[in-house]
Structures are given as C-alpha cells and as structure tokens.
Design a binder for this molecule. Structure first.
Ligand SMILES: Nc1ncnc2c1ncn2[C@@H]1O[C@H](COP(=O)(O)OP(=O)(O)OP(=O)(O)O)[C@@H](O)[C@H]1O
Length: 257
C-alpha cells in the first residue's frame, strides 16, 4: 500500500479545534497503574491512530472518554463538553455524536441487517424523531456499498461484509467522531485493505474525525494523519507514521516490526 498523499497535512489539521481533548488522565485499579498522565487531542477531520500493546490501557482510556468508566483524575472534553460534569441524559446525547466500530464487528446474530442498523436509531430516538428510518438504513447501506443485504442475517455474510455492516451501523447516527477498535483484525489482507479504503472514503465524504485503535502497521501507514503510541501508561510518542517509524528509540521501533 502506498502512503496516502491526499490527506490534509498534520500542520493544517492541528490548527483546527480539537473534538476530543484528554489531559493528564490517570486511572488505576488497586496497585495497578493503567494510565498515568495520558494526553491526547483528536482534531477535526483528522485520522488519529492509537497504538499500544495488549493490556496497555486503550480500552480503559476509551471507556473513560465515553463516560463508561470514571477516571481517578484528569480532564476529558468531547465536542467542547467536559464529560466529567455531564448528567446521564446529556452524556447519552453526546454518545449519539460518536460512532463505534467494535472489535470483530459485534453485530447482533439474531437480528437481520436492517434490524441491526435500526438498533442505534431506536436508542437515540430524540435525534431522529420524524425521520424516515427505512431511508436512513438504505443510505447507510449505500455508504458501505451493500444496498442489497437488508434481509440477510449476519451469519450469511462474509467477515468483510459484516465489518461493512458494522461500519454502516456506526454511520447511521451521522456521528461527528468515529472510534474504530481494531478495524482490520481477523480479516485477510485484501479484505483489510478494502475496509481501510472504505474508512478513508467515509472520512472524506462525511469529514468525520476518527480515532483508530490498531496493531496493523499497514492500516496505520495508509490511514493515519498522526499517531500516538501508548506505552508506559502514557502517550509515550506522537508524530506522523513517517516520523515514528523512523525513530531511533528502540521502544518506538518495536511497534513497526
Ligand atoms: N474493570 C477493571 N478492573 C480491574 N482491572 C481492569 C479493569 N478494566 C481493565 N483493567 C486492567 O487494565 C489494564 C488495561 O486494560 P485494557 O483493556 O484497557 O487494555 P487494552 O490496551 O485495551 O488491551 P487489548 O489491546 O488487549 O484490548 C489490563 O491490565 C486490565 O486487566
């Protein structure tokens, strides 16, 4: 894969407003320090890749960010709102602005594609009251080029198609931010590449800001405007793929082997 040259460069992106700002986030469980002064900013329209070893605290960070886990200390701002001060209902409304692509697609096996896509719409009724659900489902499926799969059960679809449907489900809320958790894991290299291209197409079309958690170096190379390495409980290194992959720090190099 070639490095994507179409992306806006990092300098112009970092002049925009951050849609997520995390400052000095600390979280421990008993004696185990998971996050120690972790900092991160996701800028509008940016594809930010977060890499970290298994167990390094990526999920803990995400859970703190969307209000599912309380940090010990630190500041978290999402779309200009201090999430640590939001009431349950306000947090729920804010979550409607965030699309999630969970590890391994996480579709509901007993529901059709249509029902899977309608699920987040039912949960966020307020945002979509009076809007034709069928049209939203159709549009979301068109966005991932799978218009004819409404009546299918997830088990009848290939792994790559399931990942596309999961992406359509994340998109149906028309989110400002998308969180991708290991979007290419478990896919063969060709299907993984198709998913990466689709993520780029969607980013271009909807101007979403994306946080992509991945171990996939190819994915990071193609999609990232900027990267953060989560190591030693903090944002150990930050920079473009080019900068980090040519780093002389052996701990940084280890991510690119
Ligand atoms: N609710 C919890 N109670 C106690 N320890 C927890 C809890 N949640 C996470 N941890 C611990 O925090 C550490 C970081 O976990 P986390 O799930 O964030 O890792 P990760 O980077 O997302 O890993 P992976 O890439 O494997 O998904 C782990 O040691 C985990 O056991």
């Amino acid at each position: 894969m070639e490095t994507n040259t179409e992306h806006t460069n990092t300098t112009s992106i970092s002049k925009k407003e951050p849609v997520i700002r995390i400052k000095n986030l600390c979280k421990r469980f008993g004696d185990q320090v998971v996050l120690d002064n972790f900092n991160m900013e996701l800028y509008e329209g940016e594809n930010l890749v977060l890499m970290g070893k298994s167990g390094s605290g990526k999920s803990v960070m995400i859970k703190c960010m969307v209000g599912l886990m309380e940090p010990d200390s630190g500041e978290i701002e999402v779309l200009g709102k201090n999430i640590l001060e939001l009431h349950h209902q306000e947090m729920d409304m804010l979550r409607a602005e965030i699309g999630f692509l969970f590890q391994g697609s996480a579709l509901y096996d007993s529901m059709t594609v249509q029902e899977n896509l309608e699920f987040p719409l039912r949960h966020h009724k307020k945002k979509f009251s009076g809007i034709n659900t069928d049209a939203l489902v159709q549009e979301a499926l068109e966005n991932v080029h799978l218009e004819k799969t409404k009546e299918f059960m997830p088990a009848e679809l290939s792994g790559g198609m399931q990942r596309r449907i999961a992406l359509a489900r994340a998109l149906i809320l028309k989110p400002k931010i998308i969180l991708y958790d290991e979007p290419t894991t478990g896919l063969d290299p060709i299907t993984a590449k198709e998913i990466i291209l689709l993520m780029m197409e969607i980013q271009k079309k909807f101007k979403t800001s994306s946080l992509i958690i991945t171990h996939d170096v190819d994915c990071a190379r193609v999609i990232s405007n900027r990267m953060i390495l989560l190591l030693e409980q903090t944002n150990y290194a930050e920079g473009t793929f080019q900068e980090l992959s040519s780093s002389s720090d052996p701990k940084v190099q280890a991510f690119f082997k």
